[in-house]
Design a protein around this ligand. Structure first.
Ligand SMILES: [Zn+2]
Length: 124
């Protein structure tokens, strides 16, 4: 009888430990993806989401001129690629692709920001 009770207790303790491990694991496992998977898209749109994935720190410093900052509450160009918003917007895509090319060729972020404003900004 004592053996059965002990065995039962061990099972309960064991299950408890297992549950704690199971609860802790998934939180640490998946890398936090800031933006959508570029593989969901094609062409320039995929390129833009690729830039967003590779250089989130870059897009976070750039403005989006498509009007989403007013309409969608976006704070910067990175926000456009957290959702499918960027996929339906030539301005978002154009800005991200341009910015990515300039960034990878070594252009400083303030010059990239100026170039995007000159090309996409309204009334400079
Ligand atoms: Zn936008």
């Amino acid at each position: 009888m004592a053996a059965i009770v002990t065995f039962g207790l061990l099972l309960i303790v064991g299950a408890g430990v297992w549950q704690i491990r199971a609860a802790a694991a998934p939180a640490a496992a998946p890398a936090a993806r800031l933006t959508l998977d570029p593989a969901e898209f094609t062409g320039d749109t995929r390129e833009a989401y690729t830039v967003a994935e590779k250089h989130p720190e870059l897009l976070a410093q750039l403005d989006c001129y498509c009007g989403c900052e007013q309409h969608e509450g976006h704070k910067n160009l990175l926000d456009c690629f957290r959702t499918r918003h960027g996929a339906g917007c030539d301005i978002c895509v154009g800005e991200a692709v341009t910015a990515g090319e300039m960034y990878e060729s070594g252009t400083p972020v303030d010059q990239i920001r100026e170039a995007l404003r000159a090309r996409y900004g309204h009334g400079g």
